[in-house]
Each structure stands twice: as structure tokens, then as C-alpha cells.
Design a protein around this ligand. Sequence first.
Ligand SMILES: Nc1ncnc2c1ncn2[C@@H]1O[C@H](COP(=O)(O)OP(=O)(O)OP(=O)(O)O)[C@@H](O)[C@H]1O
Ligand SMILES: [Mg+2]
Length: 598
Amino acid sequence: MAAPQGQSGEEREKSKRIGALAGLAPFILPYKWLVVLAGMALVLTATVSLILPLAVRRVVDGFETENAQLLDSYFSAALAIAGLLALGTGLRYYLVTRLGERVVADIRKAVFDRMIGMSPAFYEKVMTGEVLSRITTDTTLILSVIGSSVSVALRNVLIFLGGLVLMLLTSAKLTGMVLLLVPAVIVPIIVLGRRLRALSRENQDWIAASSGSASEALLSVQTVQAFTHEAQSRASFADVTERAFVSARKRIGTRAVMTIIVIFLVFSGVVGVLWIGARDVRADVMSVGELVQFVIYSVMVAGAVGALSEIWGELQRAAGATERLVDLLHAEDSVKDPAQPRTLPEPVKGAIGFEGVTFHYPTRPSQSALSGINLDVKPGETIALVGPSGAGKSTIIQLLLRFYDPQQGRVTLDGISLCDVTRAEFRHHVALVPQDPVIFADTARENIRFGRPDASDAEVEAAARAAAAHDFLARLPDGYDSYVGERGLMLSGGQKQRIAIARAILRDAPVLLLDEATSALDAESERAVQHAVDEMSADRTTIIVAHRLATVKKADRIVVFEEGRIVAEGTHDALVAEGGLYARLARLQFTEGVEDAA
Ligand SMILES: Nc1ncnc2c1ncn2[C@@H]1O[C@H](COP(=O)(O)OP(=O)(O)OP(=O)(O)O)[C@@H](O)[C@H]1O
Ligand SMILES: [Mg+2]
């Protein structure tokens, strides 16, 4: 399997290391007060931790001064310090974790807001499951960073710096020796850190790919099982999951090596320095209390370095995740709303125009789906698009909804190019029954109401009646309130279609688009729906795509498509008389049955 998510290695190289975390700034900024408070708690606890060894030295050396009262006061001071430490730590935990949760919730919403508005071209290249993984797993990484790692890192930086200064004050000679060891520790952190970063990103990519693979198979579980494809599905999911594991193992291994090297170097250095310190104490150059204090500080500093090297890896993982989410947030959409949108003159009449439209799908630049289409639909007119499968009929509808922009020519509504108004504005005036009816995991009622969220129950029912859906809906166990399952799993094909039609009827828009809307209906339901469609289309612009010519016979005009071009147009009778492709299709459909019967 190729590297997941069509990103080239070059782009990966460009990844801006820890700096990518800056992408989080816009999300953190609104909560700067939380950050300030958390920062204060952090500085408080770090300071207190740094003071603690001073108190310890006093206590140790105090045994010799034999002043009982002073000793008491040192112990009560130590107690107060412990209290401050506990309070500060708790406060920091609360503030920082809360900030993390808040920011992650905001990021999830922002990414979803962006994704739900992306045009279909985007999803031709990105798997939905991958996007979902970004929104869930990647944000979890960010949560762990904002909600803990960053504050732990800052705390350790403070401890490191403060501890170093205090070590210096305690014994400049010993500190100097410790500092000589620093480069030895930093070098492996930098070298291995670079490798860690690449591995983290690779790991996240494979996790996302494995979600993508799982969601695709699970969404089509019936087809998978019907074709006894489970073994292949299992194998391909296992494959990406194993790759995710392998890249995780490499990442963990690298980090483990880094931890071993760093901890060993740091502590062996401390031991060496202590050895020298112990000799100083024996030579009376240093008090026992001072040595103890120095030991505590150097252990603190060493611990801080160890913690930082560990957190570094985590920060890098989060940087990778942030980068990916920011990529999604700024993903280019091939279809954009204009900067200065015009508004459609009210009321919208529903005149549709295709002016010299040539179009190929973005993923198939060499193959035109439509070429040189000129089509004028007058307000209130009903036109039918017919033609062989793959001729471009659904593509006309996709362009009418501006899911894509044509490479040449323009599509207009009431004379205004769709590119000059916002998509939301004109889509408001369009009702669609798509070729594959889409049903949501909700009740039948809410599925119909999707067409117009403010519709009353009575209006929903009226729409259902018009779509010949009322009878079957009323017979469901909970009537209109029956749950219909994910993607309408609990409904028949024809029932789904009727709900989709009812939804479009309820929308009550001046332009009605029906793409094979009645293809799954029995003759009787189709006649009933046809009747409803006829009534609806009387006063609105209607475009019907149908293979069954009986359903389009009554259209004002029939437009015949073949290989992305309009090859004929006219009424049923005129086209039959003309004797072209349409006449051939009509002969097949209208006479074959008779011949069979004869
Ligand atoms: N998203 C897409 N990306 C690339 N090519 C596409 C896409 N959708 C459709 N096509 C191609 O565009 C051409 C026209 O497809 P279209 O869906 O418009 O056909 P149609 O006339 O609606 O056919 P049918 O009657 O089978 O529904 C076909 O060759 C199809 O393979
Ligand atoms: Mg189609």
C-alpha cells in the first residue's frame, strides 16, 4: 500500500517541526486569561519546589546549631511550603486540563465546520474515515499536549533554569563540572528527535488510513458479506493496522533509546560530580547540608532534562497532528463563494441556463463529461433529460447545484451566473431528489422535515401524502416516528425514494430536480408519485432525469444526451417522428413488451 493521504515525501520534509504547534495559537488566544492563571500557578509551584531544598539544607545543618526553636520554625515553614505546592499543583491541573478540553472542542468544531462545506471534489481524493480520524485521534494528541505536556514542559524548564542557578550559588565548581556534560546530553536529543518527528507523523498517517479502511468496509458490510469478501477486508484492515503498529514500534523504540542515553548520561554525570563533592565535604570545603542541597538540585535538574526529552517526543507528535488539522482547516476548495456575492432578485422565477458549458470531473481531465451544452429552461417549464447511462445527465444536475464549476461556459439561475451568488443562496431555491436517495439515521418524520426544518407536522404529512408515502409510513410500528436506521437500512428501496421525494416536495422550491426519482417504485406507486410530481411541476421549473420514458412523455420538452452532448430535443411525438436515438429507445421500451406478450 502506498503512503496514506496523497502527500509527497517532499511535503512531509517541509513539516515545520515543533513550530507547527503555533497553528494552535488562534484557538488558545480567546482563553488567554486561563493561560495567564495557569502560568501563575505553574510559576508558583516551580518556585516552591526550588525553595524546598533550601529548607532541607537549613534543617540538616540546623541539627548542629542545636537551636530547637529555629528548628521548629523551619519545620512549620516546610509544612506551609507543602501546602502551597499541593494547592498550586491542583490549580494548575484544573486550569490547564480545562484549557486543553476547551481548545480541542473548538478545533473539532472548526474542522467539522470546514469539512461539511467542502465540495464533492475534495472527497474524491480524501477518505471520509480519514477525516474522522483527524477529528478524533489527532485532536486527542493535541489535548494531551495542551492539557498536560506543555505545562509539564514549562514547569521543567523553570525547574531546570532555577535549579541551575541555585546549583551555581551552592557550588560554582561542581556546577561547572555538570555543565560540561550538557552537550553530551543535547546531541542525542536533537539527532534522535528529528527521527522521532518523522516517525510520529508516519504513525498518525497509518492510523488515519486504518480508520478510512475500516469505515469503508463497515459502511458497506452487506455487500462485503454478499460477495464473501470478509477475508480480504480483514486482511486489508489488518495490513494498515499492522503498518500503524510497526511505525508506532519504531517510534517507541527510538524514544526508548533516547531515554536510555539521556538518563544514563545525566545520572552518571551526577554521580561523578557527587564523588568530587563528597571529597570536598571531607576536606571541610563544603557543609553536609550544602552537599545535600546540591544533590537535590542536581537530581531535580537532571530529572527536568529527562522529562523534557520525553515530552519533546510528545510535542513532536502533537506538532504533526496540529499540522494535519491545520492542513484540513485551510484545505483549498475548488468551488468557492464569490468575495462580493450578488443576490438573486426576489421572487426567484426559476429560469435555468447552460451557456456553452464544457466540463470534465477534476479527477478525469482527459475525459469530458459534458461538451458544449446550451440549454434554456423557462420558468415553470418541465424538461426531461434522457439518454444512455453515463451520458452526463446527473452531471447536469451536479453543475446546477454548483457542486463543480464548468471549465468553460456558465450556468445561470434567472440570468445570474451561479458563480456570482453564494451557494447557500441559490441552493435555497432548489429541491433535489438524488439518484441514490439519502436517508439519515433518524425518524421518518425528521427525514422528511430535512427538506424544510421549520415545517409543521401537518406539512410533513401533506408532503408524505403527495409522495405516496403516507400509507406505508402510517403502517410502520411507530408511524412517522419510526426510526429508519443508518442510511435508511430499515426501509425498502422504493420507500427510501418516496421519503426523498416527500422531502423535496416539502422544500417547496421554485426549481425541482428529480434524478431517477421513481426508478425503484412499482407501477402503482409510480403513478401516484407521478401525479404528485405533475402537480408540483405545474408552477415550477422541473428537471426530470429518467430512463423509463413513460415517466417523461408528458414533459414540455425532452432533451436527449449522448456522450456528454445534446443530440436532440423536442416533444415526445416530435422526437419519435424524427427517428433518432430517442425513437430507437422509445421503440424498445414501448413496443418490446407488446411483442413479448404477442
Ligand atoms: N465524481 C466523478 N468523478 C469522475 N467522473 C465521474 C464522476 N461522476 C461521474 N463521472 C463520469 O461522468 C460521466 C457522466 O456521468 P453521469 O453520472 O452524469 O451519467 P448519467 O447520464 O447520470 O448516467 P446514469 O443514467 O447511469 O445515471 C460518466 O462517464 C461517469 O463515469
Ligand atoms: Mg445519473
